[in-house]
Design a binder for this molecule. Structure first.
Ligand SMILES: [Fe+2]
Ligand SMILES: [Fe+2]
Length: 222
């Protein structure tokens, strides 16, 4: 076990630079924001999920590092950014002298967080990362201003006014609770567009021995 912490990663100027540049690059193709805010939120949520389910403090720390770095591959290309991000993380963590087993856990998690790249919960950290990342949907992440240029995915993101991930450790239920503005998109439309993400989240919850529940505007859909 190494003693590499999330703070050490956060305070690395090269990491900061890669993340900012990657977010700028994908901004030029109109992708939703993947800022330090998304990285911090994902990192925090990853650790909270594992901590509340009773996993070790070190595993929770590793999940927060994976959560912080997970979108760093946007620097290379939006397409398969999980795979390129895993390799970038490998370089960063190796450079800091992280233990190979810990690096492997984080690489597997980052490389498995995208539904388009056949992401699967291959370890506990990967499961937490899928759940944390997929629950950060909010209208504030949509960078376009003109509704006419919105893709269905932009519209669905824009519809979300609040999203929360609740972990009931006793009942072993992980609930994604989302509030959407039905003037922007209907509950069914949301469900249809985000179905693959939700099914991925359900499998991730199952990997952690939990049931997954999806509640949109007070209606339980999964
Ligand atoms: Fe991502
Ligand atoms: Fe992400």
């Amino acid at each position: 076990m190494s003693n590499i912490t999330l703070d050490m990663i956060k305070n690395d100027p090269v990491v900061q630079q890669y993340m900012q540049i990657g977010n700028t690059f994908i901004g030029h193709i109109g992708a939703i924001e993947h800022s330090v805010h998304h990285a911090e939120l994902t990192a925090k949520l990853c650790a909270e999920i594992l901590e509340s389910l009773g996993y070790s403090a070190r595993e929770a720390e590793l999940s927060s590092i994976a959560g912080y770095l997970h979108d760093i591959g946007n620097l290379v290309n939006r397409y398969s950014h999980g795979l390129s991000g895993a390799i970038i993380a490998f370089q960063i963590l190796l450079g800091k002298g992280m233990d190979p087993e810990e690096i492997s856990t984080i690489m597997g998690a980052i490389g498995n967080h995208e539904e388009q790249a056949h992401g699967n919960a291959v370890n506990n950290v990967a499961a937490a990362l899928i759940l944390a990342d997929k629950s950060d949907v909010h209208r504030s992440r949509v960078r376009k201003h003109d509704l006419a240029t919105f893709t269905p995915r932009d519209r669905v993101n824009f519809a979300v006014t609040d999203s929360q991930l609740l972990v009931d450790a006793e009942k072993r239920i992980i609930t994604m609770q989302i509030q959407i503005d039905t003037e922007v998109c209907s509950v069914m439309e949301y469900f249809e567009i985000f179905l693959t993400k939700m099914l991925m989240s359900r499998r991730a919850a199952e990997f952690l021995g939990c049931e997954f529940a999806l509640i949109i505007n007070q209606n339980r859909l999964l």
